[in-house]
Every structure is written in C-alpha cells, then in structure tokens.
Design a protein around this ligand. Structure first.
Ligand code: 8DG
Length: 152
C-alpha cells in the first residue's frame, strides 16, 4: 500500500473538542482555554483544546460533557457546534468536532496533571498541537486579528 492510500483509506476517529470561551457582559468573546496534553499520550506537552474520543453510542455533546468532567472536573452547559475538521496524523486520522462552550460549573481541577492557560490572540504558550492551529485562524477571522496567531 502506498502512503497516499494509507492516509486516505483510514477511517477517521470522531473526537469531541471543547472551546471554552469567556464572554463579557455585552456577549463579546474574550479569552479561550487551552490545556496541555498529559504525559504518556501522543504529543505530550502540546497545547490543545480539551476533549477526547467519542465512545460507542455517544453524541459529540455527550462525549464532550464526559471528557471535560473527567479531565477538568467541570460540568458544561450547552455545547455549540462550530466547525468540523479532519486531520491526518501518523498515529491516527481524526475528525475533530469543535464546539464552543460559554457556560460551565465547578472548579477546574487538572485531573490528568495537565496544565491550563486562558489565552487570547496571539497565543503565548507553545508548542501548539497541529490540529489546534486552524482554530486560531478561525478566531483570528472572527476577531479581525492580523498577524501570527501563535509562536513557532
Ligand atoms: N482533545 C483534542 N484532541 C485534538 C485536538 N486537535 C487534534 O488534532 N486532536 C487529536 C489528538 C488525538 O489524536 C485526538 C484526541 O484523542 P485523545 O487521545 O486526546 O483522546 P482520549 O482522551 O479519548 O484518549 P485516550 O482515552 O485514547 O487516551 O485528537 C484538540 O484541539 N483537542
């Protein structure tokens, strides 16, 4: 099998991703939450939006609610579907379902010893996971932000 058929034939794994965004009293969007990938996972230490793979029978919203409870100890309100993107990695092909989340309850607890950072544009933490970079471009378009969205 050629490399090309290997990547195009792989069935994507669905991943629910939560983009937690703070809003001001007028509803304007501000900082968003990034978390670092825990030790022991592929791309450990890379910054991403929290989330994880759907389990059998789960909707994106259900998976997101479960993952954010498990990883961060918070209970989210509504998940607003935003964008869907397929990414090919050497380890997997993933279909990322990015959802914006504006409401959550509970105190943040880093249950997988990851780190968290509220960020605006440009993002100052690094390195950023490849699958996270398009999200920064979408934010830049929404916010009329020009220039580099993150550091090398
Ligand atoms: N959570 C998250 N995953 C992302 C993002 N961008 C991106 O390409 N991915 C990829 C990395 C992984 O291949 C996949 C998510 O799988 P994961 O390994 O973090 O999920 P999980 O918590 O269910 O993992 P596990 O139980 O299998 O260890 O999606 C992102 O912004 N957030």
């Amino acid at each position: 099998m050629t490399n090309e058929t290997m990547t195009t034939d792989r069935v994507p794994v669905d991943v629910a991703v939560g983009v937690l965004v703070k809003r001001d009293a007028d509803g304007r969007e501000g900082d968003f939450l990034l978390t670092s990938r825990p030790e022991g996972k592929v791309y450990a230490g890379y910054w991403e939006y929290p989330g994880g793979k759907l389990e059998a029978g789960e909707s994106v919203e259900q998976a997101l609610r479960r993952e954010l409870q498990e990883e961060l100890g918070i209970t989210i309100g509504a998940a607003h579907p935003w964008k869907v993107e397929v990414m090919d990695y050497p380890h997997a092909r993933v279909r990322l379902h990015f959802c914006k989340v504006y409401d959550w309850q509970g105190e943040f607890e880093m249950r997988e010893a990851q780190q968290m950072a509220w960020q605006g544009l440009p993002v100052t933490v690094r390195p950023v996971l490849p699958g996270t970079i398009p999200v920064l471009d979408w934010f830049a378009a929404e916010r009329g932000f020009q220039g580099a969205t993150h550091r090398g």
